[in-house]
Ligand binder design. Structure first.
Ligand code: GAP
Length: 493
């Protein structure tokens, strides 16, 4: 089975997503909206299954974590206090030759070795056409590409010889740019009928602040001692400059965030705990662990208030990229809201008889990125069997079982439909009686359906049906009345 999706397969995956109804380009009949996406019948199920899995793992199965659902529109002062109005910027530059505008930090960076004059171009942290050097540059470049000086030249091995020569326009290859301008990523809109600055508000750029501003409401209602967490899943909006790589970076997306409130002297232990838990989560989603890694942020990548941040990354064809950040944010957010609102967002420790502002460990994941990851990781060109398979884990597969009559006669459709009616009460099932059985199987392989049940002539004789395994293609016979219990067991492993 495929272990890693290659660049050229990414295009095939995108067309499969459209063909099978996972993901469509937004407003396609009007020419499409760049980097906006709609989830189709299979995509919506997959997305819901991922969110449900996260909710179960992070909220309902934990004694000390509760959930909430804040509004997308919030008081504009929230974003002043959180620092987003002042700091949530990207540096933008314009190419003086072709006038293209892009993010300075995402532009291709050209480096040269001052000793052997070898040149390297780095696009989004990956060296173009020089895959064997990718590792060296990736690890050094993450964070602050501009200060990339140091490490040995991969060709002449001279130490401290690599220097940044300049940027290159991704469109025309030019190298003359305007000074960088800061561009705030928050979408603005107006609240109520007047469109003046007083009514200007923002679409939330993260779900986290909805949790912080409700800290007192929640701690008063749940009456739990520290540590406790609050989880939330919801839409977030960022007017990103550089989008692309399918659904990896878009302007409208969903986050799954959890803020875990703790005593400050326990921050190290909880930070490490959540890093492990969150890494496990992706493995539990069925993602190959060799395609996952943890990356600690360098000192210069950290927000000024953060004590530490570790990303869970996936090895996409476009390079190792962030799926989630686990951050030790100290008491920064609550303190900012205390200062700005004048409200008391402290915690009262009855044993010590003192009020204090809790510290926070945040886990912040993207739903759409996780979905892209499970799709990319599941994509398998099974050349031997002349089929494409989405090897999605049964836990999150949109459809768990497809039920087929082998032929459209001899009471087989009626029996198969009866099995479907019984199974679909408990599991997402699909009934299909049209076309050749081979074609029906292949459609389900592409949809990621892990199991197939076929009613055939032997069913009429002994009441057994065929159970087909999507990945191994193994077929076994099971009694018709055991279909549901066998499937439930297989789906829940
Ligand atoms: N509250 C912290 C926070 O929002 P972030 O690193 O900006 O941190 C967290 O975002 C996660 O949200 C990312 O790891 C990513 O999975 C997802 N995310 C952020 N921007 C995104 C975008 N433009 N498109 C899709 N997902 C995005």
């Amino acid at each position: 089975m495929a272990k890693y999706i290659k660049n050229e397969q990414m295009e095939k995956l995108i067309s499969l997503c459209k063909r099978r109804g996972f993901i469509f380009q937004s407003s396609e009949i009007y020419g499409g909206m760049n980097s906006c996406w709609d989830y189709g019948p299979l995509g919506v199920e997959l997305k819901r299954n991922i969110k449900n899995f996260w909710w179960k793992k992070m909220v309902t199965s934990r004694e000390n974590v509760v959930g909430m659902d804040a509004g997308i529109l919030m008081h504009p002062k929230v974003w002043e206090a959180s620092g987003h109005v002042e700091n949530f910027h990207d540096p933008l530059i314009d190419c003086k030759s072709c006038r293209t505008r892009f993010r300075e930090d995402k532009a291709p960076h050209v480096f040269k070795c001052s000793k052997c004059i070898m040149k390297f171009k780095i696009v989004n942290g990956v060296i173009e056409g020089k895959s064997k050097y990718t590792k060296l540059f990736e690890s050094t470049i993450a964070g602050e590409p501009h200060t990339y000086v140091g490490s040995e030249c991969p060709r002449c091995k001279n130490e401290n010889a690599i220097e940044l020569e300049g940027l290159e326009c991704p469109k025309c290859g030019g190298n003359d740019f305007t000074e960088a301008k800061q561009f705030n990523l928050m979408f603005k809109t107006h609240y109520g009928p007047s469109e003046d600055t007083a009514s200007q508000i923002y679409l939330r750029p993260e779900t986290a602040q909805g949790i912080f501003v409700n800290f007192s409401n929640i701690s008063n209602t749940i009456r739990t001692k520290l540590p406790f967490g609050v989880g939330q899943i919801g839409k977030a909006f960022r007017n990103e400059i550089t989008t692309g790589n399918f659904i990896f970076r878009s302007r409208e997306f969903e986050q799954m965030e959890m803020e875990f409130f703790i005593k400050d002297d326990e921050s190290k232990q909880w930070y490490e705990y959540w890093i492990k838990e969150r890494f496990e989560f992706y493995k539990q989603l069925g993602i190959n662990k060799e395609n996952l890694r943890l990356r600690d942020h360098e000192e210069n990548e950290l927000a000024h208030y953060a004590r530490g941040c570790t990303d869970v990354e996936y090895k996409f064809p476009f390079g190792w990229s962030e799926l989630e950040g686990i951050a030790d944010r100290k008491s920064y957010d609550l303190q900012q809201h205390i200062d700005a609102s004048g409200k008391n967002l402290t915690y009262f420790d009855q044993e010590a008889n003192e009020h204090f502002v809790p510290s926070v460990i945040e886990t912040s994941a993207g739903v759409d990125r996780t979905l892209l990851t499970v799709l990319a990781d599941a994509y398998w060109d099974d050349v031997e069997n002349n089929r494409v398979v989405m090897s999605l884990s049964p836990k999150i597969a949109p459809v768990k079982v497809a039920i087929f009559p082998l032929v459209n006669k001899d009471n087989m459709p009626e029996i198969a439909k009866k099995i479907f009616d019984n199974v679909s009460e408990h599991l997402a099932a699909f009934y299909d009686k049209a076309g050749s059985i081979g074609r029906r199987y292949r459609r389900q392989d592409e949809a990621g359906t892990p199991f197939g049940i076929t009613v055939d002539s032997q069913t009429l004789e002994d009441g057994t049906v065929t159970l087909r395994d999507r990945d191994t293609l193994e077929q076994i016979r099971i009694p018709q009345d055991k279909v549901l219990s066998v499937l439930i067991e297989k789906v829940n492993i």
